[in-house]
Design a protein around this ligand. Structure first.
Ligand SMILES: O=c1[nH]c(=O)c2[nH]c(=O)[nH]c2[nH]1
Length: 281
């Protein structure tokens, strides 16, 4: 029997980095978390303990902090591209660098319409994500959003589904629609305007969610993806994961009280989970 090493990667996870960009009139605060995931000629490290081709994960971590000073100045995508290229260009043993970045949301405080120069409030759990992969085939850039918690109080229904002996769900043409959206999309180039595109795509997703006459989560998922592909030629495909954060009408009739779609019980689990990728034909 012969045994050999299969696919393997190594790197540093959760390199948590904060940066103050000191503009003359105000401070910009950025907080990111970076994963470095490397592939390459590392077989002998596993099989005979030969570390001569290994760039220590500690050095990878230090490289992220050191390069952030000059090269994390705009988007996480641009910083990820710089890091991926740095690891590949400087280490012949590395054949693929995958850089995963997550940016937390901090918003400058605003009083009487004016931004405070250096005090912030969390923008909530929503995070901007990016994954850069560089290898001998080229570079791919995937951007996205996680924990985008959104809700609408009407223009959502769910009717005409299969009914069998176990069906108890009542049809409704007017329900709450809430989801904690996880979205990611790939760009057709690594040389696009990442900040402008991200902001535009996020707005398009939110506008479509808000204005869609939803017949199901599936129906709105597709509409959101379709709207982004129609508007942004730089996007190849988009994947949406949409858990259904149920708000179920509470039965007030048992107390002789009418419930005109006003009182609901929010349930965490179990939850519907709808996913889909929307692509160009
Ligand atoms: O939008 C929905 N899609 C479903 O597939 C589904 N199933 C369910 O019970 N409720 C819903 N809602």
């Amino acid at each position: 029997m012969s045994i050999k090493l299969g696919k393997n990667t190594y790197g540093k996870n959760a390199v948590n980095l904060s940066k103050i960009i000191r503009h003359p009139e105000y401070h910009e605060f950025r907080q990111i978390s970076v994963n470095v995931v490397l592939e390459g000629d590392f077989e002998t490290a596993h099989t005979i303990g030969d570390n001569t081709k290994i760039l220590p994960t500690d050095t990878q971590k230090n490289t992220v902090y050191a390069l952030a000073k000059e090269h994390f100045v705009s988007s996480i995508e641009s910083f990820g591209l710089y890091l991926a290229n740095y690891f590949i260009s400087n280490n012949p043993s590395i054949s693929q660098a995958r850089i995963e970045l997550t940016e937390h949301s901090w918003k400058r405080l605003r009083f009487d319409g004016a931004y405070h120069p250096h005090a912030y409030c969390s923008g909530g759990n929503e995070k901007h994500t990016a994954v850069i992969v560089q290898n001998d085939k080229g570079i791919t850039v995937t951007s996205g959003i996680t924990d985008l918690l959104i809700l609408k109080t009407t223009d959502s229904g769910f009717e005409h589904y299969i009914k069998d002996q176990y069906t108890t769900l009542k049809e409704t043409s007017d329900r709450i629609f809430s989801t904690q959206c996880e979205v990611s999309w790939t760009y057709n180039s690594s040389n696009v305007l990442f900040v402008e595109l991200f902001n535009g795509i996020r707005t398009t997703l939110l506008q479509t969610f808000a204005n869609h006459q939803s017949l199901s989560v599936q129906h709105t998922l597709f509409a959101m993806g379709e709207a982004v592909l129609e508007k942004y030629a730089a996007v190849n495909d988009i994947t949406l994961n949409m858990p259904n954060k149920h708000h179920i009408l509470f039965n007030l009739e048992q107390f002789g009280v009418d419930n005109k779609n006003e009182i609901f019980i929010a349930t965490d689990e179990p939850y519907g989970y709808i996913t889909g990728t929307v692509v160009r034909e």
